[in-house]
Design a protein around this ligand. Sequence first.
Ligand code: AMP
Ligand code: GLY
Length: 449
Amino acid sequence: MPENVLVVGGGGREHAIVRALAPDCTVFGLASNRNPGIAALAADTTTAEETDTEAIVEYAAAIDADAAVVGPESALQAGVADALTDAGVFTFGPTAEAARIETDKAFQRRFMAENDIPGTPGFETFDSAEAAAEYVETIEEDVAVKPTGLTGGKGVRVTGDQLTHEEAADYIRGDDHDEWVVEERLVGEEFTVQAFVAKGERSSPSSRTQSGDDGVVRPTPAVQDHKRAYEGDEGPNTGGMGSYTDAGTTLPFMDEADYDDAVEILEATVDALPTYTGVLYGQFMLTAEGPKVVEFNARFGDPEAMNVLPLLETPFSDIVDAAASGEPLPNPTFRNQATVCKYAVPDGYPTDPSAGAKITVDESTVEAGAETHGGEALLFYASVDDRDDGLYTTTSRAFAVVGIADDIETAEAIAADALAAAGDGLRVREDVGTAELVQKRVDHMARLR
Ligand code: AMP
Ligand code: GLY
């Protein structure tokens, strides 16, 4: 069992990771911001850039860390897992090379095609913006255009949905990226499946026929995120405004076979990767033909970690421990309940956010409200400014409330109640997890199939 665990990152996702580890380990936090939720649970925290491998290795040595969990993709891309591993600290998070499955979208698509991963959409890759723009101008089909590198989920544009082919070509020319992926526009309902993965030199190789039994890939319940800024899926893409899970592993608009197909895609992907340790996050589009891959991430989702980790009954430290020792991962169990996570963001987020609004909820007010619904509520901090007289917003997502109850509707009511008192100058997507929006998803899928 790891004793001293370093968690890299300071958002809502990392608050959820720290909360999942805290009952069983001594947790330490390192992030560029000070997250009061993490500070309250950790033995110590320090401030450093999540990409500063030297500072991270130094802090890991100072706290005598025997394991680390890396939250953000920027840290993985910077080689934080490589540096910690080299320094003798087991790291639950992939190497920079393995993380290219997220950090290089052109590599990701080529890798999928070369390995015949099911659910790969049609795509073309380009080394010059002009070539990508010209291609988009010449084709008729709707496409998604993506710079190949990390953009915090904000770099993708989809024709037929957000813009015309001409506008997409202008967007590519006006942007400062050279490398682009242009791919088939997928139509359907999006969902996420995150899996714990430990495929190291010491783990037995997984294979498609025995997958699931070898303890290499352990999936968690499906989640639906809401990336658009405003109600009704309007407005620009954000890092994620809120997300929900249903009791069990599926979502109301999908069935068991869809979930199993998504898990198979994750397994086939891990199968094709030489080694991989950490979380593999599949973003899927449930199309009329079944799940297709929108993208992979090499880490937990934010907000999706806040839905899934509170339901995890198996200690997260047992999973990290098994990965560290090359044992098969334990088959995790989850509470059979629904969750609704809603982010409170500063007014104007993401295009023109105004910081400095006072946050007027805390853990105890959030928890007390949930009791009247017979459920539970959790508060996770993301980016807040901790002043002498209280917490204030920055220009990023401020905090999230997760309602947990037997059904989505009750979990939504819990989150909504808690956020009603969030404070002026904060905005929430009221529709996330409401019966009306969930029904819209179900109807949409029924129309497509
Ligand atoms: P990504 O940064 O790849 O997660 O993309 C952000 C968002 O753009 C996704 O969550 C989708 O809503 C949308 N998107 C990305 N790729 C596609 C695609 N091929 N077809 C339709 N929508 C897409
Ligand atoms: N919620 C989407 C992400 O974490 O990338």
